[in-house]
Each structure stands twice: as C-alpha cells, then as structure tokens.
Ligand binder design. Structure first.
Ligand code: SAH
Length: 387
C-alpha cells in the first residue's frame, strides 16, 4: 500500500523522451489513493516527479513536474499560467479570443483554457486534473481577473476518465454569446453550446491568410458560423457559405450583418452533394475553402476518412478557375502531415490539372505543437493554386 506510483522502464523512458503520458500497462505499482497528484518512482524507487493520477483511465499518469520536491498547489498552477501567457505575448491585439492554455503543450496536462474577451472557457479533461478544479480556478482568477469562468466539461473523453459530462459555471458569469474580434472581422462565439469552447480558435491566422488571398467568386465549405466566409468577403466579389447545420448558418447570417457584409449567400447542404452538383453544372470559383470536421475520429476510421478528404479536395480542384486558390485543411489527429500531403497529391493527379503548393500551414502560436507530444498537433492546412 502506498501513495506513490512505480512505473516500468518503458514508462520511465516515455518521460525521458519528452512525452508526459504513462499508460496503465506501464504502472507496476498503482497508487492507493483517489485521483489527484502522485509522486512517481522508477523500478529502483528513484523519484521521477509528480503526475496527475487517473485511476479509471488507460492514460494512468500525466507528468506535471519532474522535480520531486514540487508542491502542486494554487501557486504552482499560477506559475504555469504565467508561463503560458508569456508564450503568447506576441499574439498582438488584433484578436480578442485565443487559447491561453493548450494542455500538454503548455505543461498543464488535460487542461484547456480559452479566452473570449473578458471571459474564460475551460475544459478539465482528466480525473487527476478534476481533483485540482478549485486551485486551478483560483489561479485563473488571480492571473487573469476574468468576468467569469465556464467549464465546458461536456467533452466525450471525460467518460474514459469516469467523469460526468457537464457544462457548469465556476466563477462570475458568462453570457450565452460573446463577440469576438479577429483580424478586422467580428463574430459571435457561443461558449455554452457552440462547438468546442464556443468557436474554432485554431484556424484564426489561417482564416486571415485565406482572406488576404481571396478574390472573385468564393466558396466556403463547412462554414459553421461563417468565420472563413467573413474573411473571404473582404476581398471576394461574392461568397457562398455551405454547411449542413441550419443553426450554424443562422449564426453565420447574423455575423455577416454584424460586419455589414451583404455579399455572402448561405446554403444549407451536404458539401459532398454541393460540390458534385457544382461540378456537373460546370461552375467555377476563384477561391475555395475546405475546412471539414475531423473525418477520422479514430485510427480505424482513417481509410474511409481519406476517401472523403480526397473526394472533396479533388472536386474543389476541378472547380477552381485558372489561377484560383484552394485553402484546404484537416483537423484529424490521425491524419498525419505526410498522409495529408499524399492525399492532396493523389487528388491533384486525378484532377488532371497542375496544382502548385503555395503554403503548407499548421497551428497558430496559441496552440503550440510540441514535437515529442504528437497529440498536441492536429491541424494541417495547405494553400494550393491551380495553374
Ligand atoms: N470553418 C469553420 C469550422 C468548421 S466546423 C470555422 O473556421 O469556424 C465543421 C462544420 O462542418 C460544422 O459546422 C458542421 O455543421 C459542418 N458539417 C459537417 N459535415 C458536413 C457535411 N457533410 N456537409 C456540410 N457541412 C457539414
């Protein structure tokens, strides 16, 4: 019986090579305590550091601090928050919403903190982390003095941690809708019931770039609340925004009005059908954006996901006018950068046209991708020009 964990050589090696997770099968002595922080030792009983302990999860331990004498309290969390904020100091004031803490990538395993203007929306995604809810909220209030802190703890991964799924206010108050400023565009985020924590902050700079490249007739596929379309409309003559969700399109319409933009047409359709029909009509676009949801939610779904990605990219390539620009993205973690490029290459080959890779893009500054922690990176995007 002990409050400490002991891990196998393989488990210890994972930490030594820069990944913070130790799986259940590499824990040779499980701590006899509830979820929280535990001291971890190697097979020789040497202390390796402190970790979040999740008794029910396959990911048993998540490294917090490699110093055995660390004390994981409010002050410790405040230190991590300060370091995360400093990493983002060059973000500038062109945006009022950004990710303050990107979990493992910021040394705060399973913690997501997104800032929307003066409010914070957080996710506590492991049992070990949930045990620190109070000190984390205290540290957030100390560090950022937010008007409110909302926990979007409704993510499915919480069930793997034997945690309930809930959306709950942890401090102050948080409105149903928050206006976000993003490089000259305004849109409403929906912290209580929107996707993720209320908006997709991870493509902010990619949207700005797509807006700078846009012209002529533009198409925004999988538009959600229209954030790409709003950027495209700044330079394009006319934009068609396509999404299968009427609720998302209703918000997109409101967002267009908020920006005094009247050049966007909203279409409720399945993008696969829309692209097929546009192709058979012989339509042409100067600018196309493809920002689909993750088609590969699991590794097993990768093969069929690749067929889906290839189909929409191939059709988009065929719809481009000469000199036209395609911005295309994937947020499936299981689709690696090489596979993404290979899929685009096959689509280009089948399109019968010469496609030029102008930019290969990844995540913005506030979603750091740590090389030794592949799970911290999931967005790949490319800008492709048709010859
Ligand atoms: N581009 C958006 C985020 C897109 S999220 C942004 O930058 O904010 C993915 C969107 O795709 C969701 O709004 C969802 O409703 C929509 N969607 C999913 N499958 C679809 C399909 N087959 N056809 C059309 N829209 C789809």
């Amino acid at each position: 019986m002990s409050a400490d964990a002991v891990v196998s050589r393989k488990g210890a090696h994972r930490w030594a090579s820069g990944h913070p997770w130790i799986y259940r099968s590499d824990v040779t002595r499980r701590p006899d305590v509830a979820a929280g922080a535990v001291l971890v030792r190697d097979t020789g009983r040497r202390p390796l550091g402190w970790a979040l302990w999740s008794p029910a999860s396959e990911i048993s331990l998540r490294l917090l601090d490699a110093h055995a004498d660390a004390v994981i309290d409010t002050e410790w969390w405040r230190g991590r928050l300060r370091a995360s904020a400093a990493r983002r100091s060059s973000l500038g004031d062109d945006t009022s919403a950004w990710r303050v803490v990107h979990a493992e990538a910021d040394g705060c395993p399973s913690l997501v903190v997104d800032r929307y203007d003066v409010w914070l929306v957080i996710q506590l995604l492991s049992a070990g982390l949930e045990a620190f809810r109070a000190p984390i909220v205290d540290a957030l209030v100390d560090a950022f003095a937010p008007a409110g802190v909302l926990a979007r703890n409704d993510a499915a991964v919480r069930t793997k941690e034997a945690l309930t799924r809930e959306t709950v206010l942890l401090a102050g108050d948080v409105p149903r809708e928050i206006e976000v400023r993003e490089h000259g565009v305004r849109y409403l985020a929906a912290p209580w019931d929107g996707q993720k924590t209320g908006a997709f902050l991870d493509q902010r700079e990619n949207r700005m770039l797509a807006g700078q490249l846009a012209r002529g007739r533009a198409l925004d596929c999988f538009s959600y609340h229209g954030s790409f379309a709003l950027h495209l409309a700044r330079r394009a003559d006319r934009v068609t925004a396509v999404d299968s969700s009427l609720a998302a399109l209703a918000r997109a319409r409101e967002n267009a009005a908020r920006n005094a933009i009247d050049t966007i047409d909203f279409v409720e359709a399945d993008v696969f059908d829309f692209l097929r029909e546009a192709e058979s009509r012989g339509d042409r676009y100067e600018t196309i954006v493809l920002d689909p949801p993750a088609f590969a939610k699991t590794r097993g779904a990768l093969a069929s996901a690749l067929r889906g990605y290839k189909e929409i990219n191939l059709r988009a390539m065929r719809l481009l006018s000469s000199g036209g620009i395609l911005f295309t993205a994937s947020c499936s973690f299981h689709l690696s950068k090489p596979l993404f490029l290979e899929m685009l290459t096959r689509a280009a080959a089948d399109s019968g046209r010469r496609m030029i890779l102008r930019h290969f893009l990844g995540q913005p500054l506030d979603h750091p991708e740590v090389l030794t922690i592949p799970e911290t990176g999931y967005i790949k995007a490319a800008v492709i020009e048709a010859d």
